[in-house]
Write a protein that binds this ligand. Structure first.
Ligand code: SF4
Length: 410
């Protein structure tokens, strides 16, 4: 068994990813196997991406925090009338976009709750007051505002139909949806997705597959520490690999660790320890094909830069010099100069990137031709960024409230 595992790791480090059987076997491996798993994952990353680790300078636009689901770990969602309910007004969208452009961002990330108009008449009235027939229309408008400022939209709006994705592809360089996990067990009573109908794995897999058919550069990912087993994580990564191999549209996979937040049902659930996160990141690197990036958010692992790099990441995802992480507002982004120093100490160079991976810009059928010029212009801006300190002062949530309560739409 040990010799077989060593051979599998050596092969994955130097040649091809683990087979399904090998990956499932490593799901059962104990902590004594971790050093060898990490070493192989680091080598596989170096082979595919070298010693360059990237991030996307972004402005975060939480278009609405209304959501029809109730995930037990979520502190973002609101219902109409809840304290902190917020749907961005069109003028707020324009203001955020302008601030992002001023601060050197290239990505406009639109992130929102799932299917709010199916659950909340008050939200439908808000959209109508904005002159928008649907959330998709409003997202389309917001993306046009961003494009006019030279920012590249990336939208994560929860579950979307093929028709909605096709419409958003006209104005987004990429779309995203976290798979989270393929286990239906997590939707059972007492589990975190029991009250979240849109977290049923078959629905999410179907949307990711639909994005593949539509040739949309796509970001997905898994959550670590929400009650899943290691085997279920590996099965989720294998499911993503199958979709990626079928359609070639998965540009990156996020490995996101659960962080406990006061006031949510899972507030007392233990967070995943360093072993679990390192194991999950390394397995992602050893399972996914070389062209697919592996990303972990640095603000959810403060002090963990070296560990994440050792486990095989090549990307930190979006980092904003303008806005907090509205999904995890208690976890501020790192200062880029500090992050760059930590990367350098580990032997890596930190560089900004676009929200669409370079290989998709000219690949037939992926990027809408109408977005090529703005994408190339954004790439040229990034190529000129020599000094990351220009983007080095991320806002602290307490210092920059999203917007005053009385400004918000009721
Ligand atoms: S995690 Fe997403 S889908 Fe779940 S409740 Fe929060 S906003 Fe809604």
């Amino acid at each position: 068994m040990l010799a077989a595992r060593s051979r599998a790791l050596a092969h994955a480090a130097l040649d091809e990813p683990l087979s399904d059987e090998e990956a499932l076997d490593f799901a059962e491996a104990g902590s004594d196997a971790l050093p060898a798993i990490l070493e192989a994952a680091g080598a596989a990353r170096d082979r595919a991406f070298g010693r360059r680790v990237t991030f996307s300078p972004k402005v975060f636009l939480p278009l609405t925090n209304l959501c029809r689901n109730h995930c037990d770990y979520c502190s973002y969602r609101r219902s109409p009338g809840d304290a902190g309910e917020w749907t961005m007004r069109p003028e707020e969208v324009a203001r955020f976009v302008a601030a992002g452009r001023r601060e050197g961002c290239v990505e406009a990330l639109f992130c929102l709750g799932d299917k709010p108009e199916t659950a909340f008449p008050a939200y439908r009235r808000t959209l109508a007051a904005f002159g928008q027939a649907s959330t998709t229309s409003y997202l389309h408008h917001g993306a046009e505002v961003a494009l006019a400022q030279g920012l590249l939209p990336h939208t994560n709006a929860g579950l979307l139909t093929d028709g909605e994705m096709a419409r958003l592809k006209e104005v987004n360089v990429s779309l995203g949806l976290m798979l989270e996990n393929v286990s239906p067990r997590l939707g059972e009573k007492g589990m975190p997705h029991h009250r979240a109908p849109d977290k049923r794995p078959e629905k999410r897999l179907a949307m990711i597959e639909g994005a593949g058919r539509l040739r949309i550069p796509f970001t997905t990912g898994i959550l670590v520490g929400i009650g899943e087993t290691r085997r279920e994580r590996v099965e989720s990564l294998l499911a993503i690999r199958r979709l990626s191999r079928a359609h070639g549209h998965i540009q990156e996979v996020i490995v996101q660790n659960f962080r406990a937040v006061a006031g949510v049902p899972m507030q007392h659930t233990p967070e995943p320890d360093a072993f679990e996160l390192s194991h999950a990141v390394a397995m992602a690197r050893l399972i996914l094909d070389g062209e697919v990036g592996v990303q972990a958010p640095p603000n959810l692992s403060p002090g963990g830069t070296a560990s994440l790099l050792a486990a095989g990441i090549n990307d930190f995802g979006g980092i904003s010099p303008v806005t907090p992480d509205y999904i995890n507002p208690r976890h501020p982004w790192p200062h880029l100069t500090v992050l760059a120093t930590e990367c350098a100490e580990a032997g890596f160079t930190l560089r900004p990137r676009l929200p669409i991976y370079d290989r998709y810009i000219d690949r037939d059928g992926f990027l809408d031709p109408g977005l090529r010029e703005v994408t190339r212009a954004a790439a040229a801006r990034l190529a000129g960024v020599e000094d990351l300190s220009r983007l080095a002062a991320p806002p602290q949530p307490a210092a920059r409230p999203a917007v005053e309560r009385e400004e918000r739409v009721q």
